[in-house]
Design a protein around this ligand. Structure first.
Ligand code: SF4
Length: 561
């Protein structure tokens, strides 16, 4: 029996917006594979299917599981919200199949079932904002470098696309949406309509209509889609509307139209579509055609005013309209931006992590004043749980900022998915034996880019009062030697400390050992894979074996019994 993979987009999340084919596909499947939240959203459609549910960043393992089960002959539904082919699971499943040498038509068969993507569901709630050319851009730079995303935003902004921004912001990605606004404001009016739609067609749906300059004053999160209007988009009452362009072709307030349907899009009636490619405007050539011909003294051709009372042909009407549009567009905000082509130099938001040192936790007043001056009126300083401050400031010269901070005696590190070394304060320096090792480890590893933020915790004694054992990698310095903990799950409902994989590692050997562990992770981790998941998947790192954690017992006891 051939197996089958049904890649199902189930739309925004409400049952009435799931297509008939998507429902059928879920019904005919033997196994449902999906992200926990997605499985919960379609719970009422499930009957007796086996369920494979995983966490948010485990798309690759979901795709692999689907391929394995379907190859064994099972009918497997891989579910995505929205459309499975728009930032969904369809491409990933095909990639996993291709890795295995699969060809279209081989076992397993594959069917992609479309759903309503966020750009469409959110647009429907806002009014009709994507009535003209539109695009989607995801602001998540987990899998796409920010420099590439930035170029796409700039291109879409300059070309006057309506833009739907997916994944605009998360707990750790806060800068991207602000950068996006800055780019857009170079090309669009600050009062451009912007719609913010959170959880479209779900229980906590929330719709905000705002403007480009005001959008950051509203709540934007992981579940928000941001719809940016183009230069024609307007608000009418509570509706965000982008004109389709009919007003150029039709008189909207009369029933009688100048052209019948069969006459439209003919070059003699509507020459703009043909001439648009060359940029040339049609010029009347028949001297008998109308009185306008003799009045064409303007080098730019006839105008509406010139021809309004004349007995002219439809073609001349079209030419006059086109000339009007061309002249109008030359003075428009968009055309002005387009005509420059080369964007002006743009200061960007620069962010950097700052600390007094890996063991030192005390900023002095001079350093604080320096930080405040570098932040300026537009910048900000955020304190974090990683024993660092994040400085965000608008600058065209990031290197100058870095130099000032270093000259001020501070340690500076990049922000994002990098290695972070977090140490205790060694009892204010009194238990100082471990400090040189913490500093060496920090110097060698801190700031190195990794698939997913990796925290190394360092405690200066067995008291472990700074909780190093809860980090991805934990080190406890004890009588000149180290205890090593691997695979702590630092956050979430099921957070757990790392496994103590070794005791008594000679202190001098620790930096090299750590470097090898980190290199193994960097070279072999899947995209977005956290260290604890990586350790569980590979089973062994540098000779240290992963041990499965005990299963959680679900207690159903009445409180106090
Ligand atoms: S872990 Fe030990 S050395 Fe570090 S601050 Fe706590 S008690 Fe002091």
């Amino acid at each position: 029996m051939d197996g089958k993979i049904l890649i199902v987009g189930f739309g925004p999340g409400s049952y009435e917006h799931i297509t008939v084919r998507a429902r059928e596909a879920i019904q005919e499947s033997q196994v449902i594979i999906g992200y926990n939240t997605y499985v919960d959203l379609i719970r009422d459609l499930l009957t007796n299917q086996d369920i494979v549910r995983t966490g948010m960043t485990e798309e690759v393992s979901r795709a692999q599981k689907a391929v394995v089960l379907a190859t064994e002959g099972k009918v497997v539904a891989v579910i995505s919200s929205g459309d499975a082919g728009v930032y969904g699971m369809a491409g990933l499943v095909y990639e996993v199949l291709i890795e295995r040498g699969w060809r279209d038509g081989d076992n397993p068969l594959v069917e992609v079932i479309p759903g309503i993507s966020a750009i469409h569901s959110c647009a429907a709630l806002l009014g009709a904002p994507i009535m003209h050319d539109a695009c989607t851009i995801s602001l998540s730079d987990h899998l796409t470098p920010w420099a590439v995303i930035e170029k796409r935003i700039e291109a879409a902004a300059s070309a006057d696309f309506v833009i739907a921004l997916y994944n605009p912001k998360s707990g750790r990605r806060t800068r991207q949406i602000a950068e996006t606004q800055r780019i857009l404001l170079q090309y669009r009016d600050p009062k451009t309509p912007v719609g913010l739609v959170k959880s479209a067609y779900r229980d906590r749906q929330h719709v905000v209509r705002t403007t480009l300059d005001d959008m950051l004053n509203h709540d934007i999160g992981m579940l928000t889609t941001v719809v940016i209007g183009n230069s024609s988009t307007f608000y009418y009452d509570e509706l965000m509307i982008t004109p389709r362009g009919y007003q150029r072709k039709y008189t909207l307030d009369t029933i009688e139209q100048r052209l019948r349907p069969g006459e439209r899009l003919k070059p003699e009636n509507e020459p703009w579509s043909l001439n648009a490619a060359t940029g040339e405007c049609w010029t009347p050539t028949n001297p008998q055609s109308s009185s306008v011909q003799s009045g064409m003294t303007s080098p730019t051709g006839p105008t509406i005013r010139d021809v309004a009372t004349s007995d002219i042909s439809p073609r001349e009407w079209a030419s006059a309209a086109l000339n009007c549009l061309n002249r109008a567009e030359k003075t428009s905000h968009v055309s002005a931006a387009l005509s420059t082509r080369m964007p002006s130099p743009r200061p960007s938001i620069f962010e950097i992590a700052v600390s007094p040192g890996v063991a030192n936790k005390k900023f002095n007043s001079v350093q604080l004043v320096l930080l405040a001056n570098l932040a300026g009126d537009e910048g900000e300083i955020e304190y974090t749980t990683a024993h660092q401050l994040i400085l965000r400031t608008v600058t065209e010269d990031p290197e100058h900022i870095v130099k000032c901070l270093r000259d001020g005696g501070m340690t500076v590190l990049p922000v994002g998915d990098v290695i972070k070394v977090k140490a205790c304060d060694f009892c204010d320096g009194e238990k100082h034996e471990g400090i040189p090792f913490a500093e060496e480890i920090s110097r060698r590893l801190a700031g190195i880019p990794v698939e997913k933020e990796l925290r190394i915790g360092f405690n200066g004694c067995a008291m472990s009062c700074y909780g190093a054992v809860n980090e991805d990698i934990g080190l406890v310095f004890r009588k000149g030697k180290f205890d090593l903990f691997l695979g702590g799950k630092t956050t979430g409902r099921n957070a757990t400390p790392g496994q103590r994989v070794a005791e008594g590692i000679p202190a001098e050997a620790m930096p090299d050992l750590l470097e090898r562990i980190v290199t193994h992770y960097r070279e072999n981790a899947f995209p977005d894979e956290r260290f604890h998941k990586f350790f569980a998947r590979v089973g062994q790192i540098e000779g240290f074996n992963h041990r499965d954690r005990p299963q959680t017992v679900t207690a159903d006891a009445v409180c106090g019994s």
